[in-house]
Design a binder for this molecule. Sequence first.
Ligand code: HEM
Length: 479
Amino acid sequence: MGGDATGAGERQHAPGHARVAELRATPHPPGVALDGFVPPFPPRHTGRLPLPELLRRARRNFLEVWSADQFAQEAISTRVLAQPILVCNSPATVQAAFIDEAAALERKSPQMRHALEPLLGDGLFISDGLVWRERRRAVAPVTHASRLAELAPAMSVAAAERAEAWAALPPGAPVDMLAQMAELAAEVICRTLFGRRLGADAAREVVSAFARYQAVVPQIDALSLLGLPDWLPRPRPWRLRAEVRRIHAVVDRLIAAVMAGRDDGLSVVGAMAAAGMDAAACRNETATLFMAGHETSANAMAWAWFLLSQAPDAAARLRDEAAAALGGRPAAWEDLPRLPFARAVVEETLRLYPPVPLLARTASAPVDIAGHAVPRGGIVLAVPWLLHRNPRLWDRPDHFLPERFLAGRPVRHAYIPFSLGPRVCTGAQFALAETVICLSTLAQRFAPRLAPDARVAPVCRLTLRPGEALPMLLDRAPA
Ligand code: HEM
């Protein structure tokens, strides 16, 4: 990204930098002391990109706009066409923007709002002001940590069913792990929201519609960059509208079933309706929870399988831990304290491949962030993709080293996969429980291997995905 850097220093390239920029990661040889490996990331340029190239890259893959030295910078102040932008890339600047100045920086970016509005309406994820406050109050408690003991059985059952489905396939069967994890996460969220199974066909339909939605949604909001007002309608490709119709049809069908009393009385949708939410709000919040809660967890789990497939020592440690704690049965809520390595794998996965790689806000009033003046209408970003790989904050920032999360907690606000401040993810504890339960349950029986011809490259759409698919072979776990 272009811009004047402050607090900067030249990034020291690790020896073998050229190798780490390769898209294909080199597996860690088994039996060697675990010292991590460097999974793929897009090549990093040096110097400033000309504007047309910057915009081309932003449209194609937002991860490609950052130069090597920007990872170490505390803040990047720049302007793209008419739009002033400040990127916060240190604990202090992130705290200043997302906590200290949260009131003036509550509103999401025009790009995010226009990208998601067709799907989510005024849903919590993109609303602000009074609507956001009211919805947050209604929605946050439904997946709160205090309810997890009640919600976690849905995770265990969905993971156990996936294990049975995998066991029915021949050893080494090819699967698209990204789709597998998307269907698993959709099952979990569906049972949570609707108190019932989504059903294989509906799961597949909704998962592919979400993937296609992400593929067609514009990655940059050109009108805002040109300084045009927010109220001007943005073009909506017909394919985008078609995917929205598909997703809404499934969501509406499920809401209708709950309203007709066909849930088990525990569903989140039932609780929202009982709290007096009208039909439109109920649909928007359901779509929000569905989107926020399945894409993100699915990408995290898919990335974890990829990383484990390249780090046999970590995979063996995860498997041994699960076998000792669970003895072959599915993981449950009560098991979580005995699965610390699985949790560390998830946390390290979220560091390297944060499912939400970019947090964006619009200033509703002029603010000062650590000496950087942001005018009204300016965009303030925190980019977990950058912050989580800042060499001033992380030892060997590009290496996969789950053990770093066993050794202690990261520096405060250096690690923000779930955001921070008043708009922090309401499902963070839910997601951590879900991913640990699913990975530990499945790792006891399976050791997925990357398909020999697979090319894995992180791509930023609305979420950070390992490309359009993740081809893996479902090997059985060694006895
Ligand atoms: C690994 C999984 C997940 C990750 C990495 C993640 C990450 C995030 C992030 C970064 C945000 C804030 C975005 C911003 O500040 O602009 C967010 C918001 C949100 N997340 Fe999650 N999330 C995950 C799973 C979930 C789950 C499972 C649920 C619900 C069951 C959920 C519900 C929400 C909601 C409702 C919001 C909007 C909060 C608001 O704006 O007030 N998320 N999530």
